[in-house]
Design a binder for this molecule. Structure first.
Ligand SMILES: *Cc1c(COP(=O)(O)O)cnc(C)c1O
Length: 459
């Protein structure tokens, strides 16, 4: 029987969900059962796939390189504990993420604090908690940190993040080689190191992260080579060997028909060459080398599951209206910064063996035409009650979505592994939508009201 699914969706299912026949099976449980038991919409994460992802990164990295999980991809505590249990550290980019990492049991020295716009309160929190490493994003940030530390020695190692020149580029979303709020420009990186040290800090690390969703091993290798070159420059400037080289995240996963998985064997080959060069250079030989992927570790494990509520036709097009949409999964709706809106890999997951009918528009329940998960999707003619699964939904999905828009309940999250499903985040409730509000006064606040003074500036 010819496979009725689009080839890239069929390939993804064969690679990650091989037990599926008529119906998608996640972590040993058919999705119909998950929907029945927990209701829709929901996110289901396959624990076995997460294990595979960690293993394949470790098998690709040279021995001794350290793996950090970039938690903005998916901050669920179950994810944090899972990656901690696999010997990973956690990369955070806000006080809120830092607190969640600590709450999940991460040792402070296993945390890297990155990201632009760290407030004084966040810098103080990072210094007091003794996070393992902090990435300086600007000279201004370095000066503020020096003031906050006020001469007392920091337990936190400092690395400077470099925004490289145009030579090393790649990735669907580029963050280097042009004016950027991230890091200090390569052209004046030595000055930034000098100015940070003049302020009383010691810069021992180099951080380079220039793009996400990179599927070309050569592009990653070129960036890493550049990262080591910058680290040598750091050592030459400070006169000390480098403490850390952090090469960022950026490993991609295939979403669209023309995309294929990252070639991990090619990457491993190139990395072992880089590692040999590094080991031979006294400026770098003692450095720890860190990678901090988010997407690659988390994306493939996740499926967003939503049910067809209504099917209608309008001027010749078929619309399936789903109970989930962009408020839960902004990226899949194409509204998270994409210039070309292309469908995430998706399928009618209770009817995997049925041939596609006329293209259907798979839309969410929000009152905006932006709320569309499938444009002209190649699916069997949809029926009310069908389940639509959106793949590659473990990273930058729920957490990167406008959950409050239209006040639908926030979707629950399930951990599914070895035939057992466990709720790791409950569905939102009406109380969640209401309880952070202060009763609206009948009258506007009087002049001299103390409301502003009650604003809690704590992070
Ligand atoms: C977002 C981010 C990452 C993770 O990026 P991926 O492309 O998901 O691997 C790593 N490091 C920093 C500093 C980030 O901001």
């Amino acid at each position: 029987m010819p496979d009725p699914l689009p080839p890239h969706v069929a390939a993804l299912i064969a690679r990650r969900f091989p037990d599926s026949t008529e119906e998608l099976v996640v972590g040993g449980v058919p999705v119909g059962e998950l929907a029945e038991r927990f209701g829709t919409p929901l996110f289901a994460y396959d624990g076995g796939i997460l294990s595979d992802a960690v293993r394949s990164v470790r098998d690709t990295l040279p021995a001794g390189w350290e793996l950090f999980y970039s938690m903005k991809a998916n901050p669920a505590a179950a994810f944090l504990r899972f990656f901690l249990g696999r010997g990973c550290g956690i990369e955070v980019a806000s006080a809120g993420e830092l607190r969640q990492a600590l709450d999940a049991g991460c040792e402070a020295n296993e945390i890297i604090f990155a990201g632009p716009g760290k407030t004084d309160a966040e810098l103080r929190l990072a210094a007091e908690a003794g996070v393992g490493e902090l990435h300086l994003e600007s000279v201004g940030e370095a000066r503020r940190l020096a003031r906050i530390a006020a001469g007392s020695p920091l337990r936190t190692r400092l690395a400077v993040r470099v925004n490289p020149d145009a030579a090393v580029q790649g990735g669907a979303m580029r963050m280097g080689g042009r004016p950027s709020p991230f890091g200090v420009d390569e052209e004046r990186f030595e000055d930034a190191v000098d100015e940070s040290e003049a302020a009383g800090l010691q810069v021992d690390g180099l951080h380079l992260f220039t793009g996400t969703q990179i599927l070309d091993a050569d592009v990653l290798l070129a960036q890493y080579r550049h990262g080591f070159a910058l680290a040598r420059r750091l050592a030459d400037r400070t006169g000390r060997p480098v403490g850390t080289v952090d090469l960022g995240g950026g490993w991609g996963v295939p979403y669209f028909p023309n995309e294929t998985p990252l070639d991990l064997l090619a990457l491993a080959d190139g990395l072992s060459e880089l590692e040999a060069d590094r080991g031979a250079d006294p400026r770098l030989a003692e450095a720890r080398v860190v990678l901090e992927p988010g997407r690659f570790l988390a994306a493939e494990a996740g499926v967003y599951l939503t049910r067809v509520t209504d099917v209608k036709s309008s001027r010749g097009k078929t619309f399936a209206v789903l109970d989930g949409g962009m408020h839960h999964h902004l990226a899949a709706s194409g509204n998270l910064g994409q210039t070309i809106k292309r469908n995430y890999p998706l399928a009618v997951v209770n009817r995997l063996r049925e041939a596609a009918d006329a293209p259907a528009e798979l839309v969410g329940p929000l009152c905006t035409p932006l709320d569309m998960l499938g444009r002209a999707a190649a699916v069997p003619a949809p029926r009310v009650g069908d389940l639509v699964g959106v793949f590659q939904s473990g990273a930058y999905a729920r957490t990167a979505s406008p959950l409050g828009f239209l006040s639908h309940a926030a979707p629950p999250e399930l951990w599914v592994e070895a035939g057992a499903a466990r709720l790791i985040r409950r569905r939102g409730t009406p109380a969640d939508l209401r309880d952070d509000q202060i009763d609206a006064p009948d009258e506007p606040p009087a002049a001299g009201s103390t409301d502003d003074a009650e604003h809690d500036p704590a992070v």
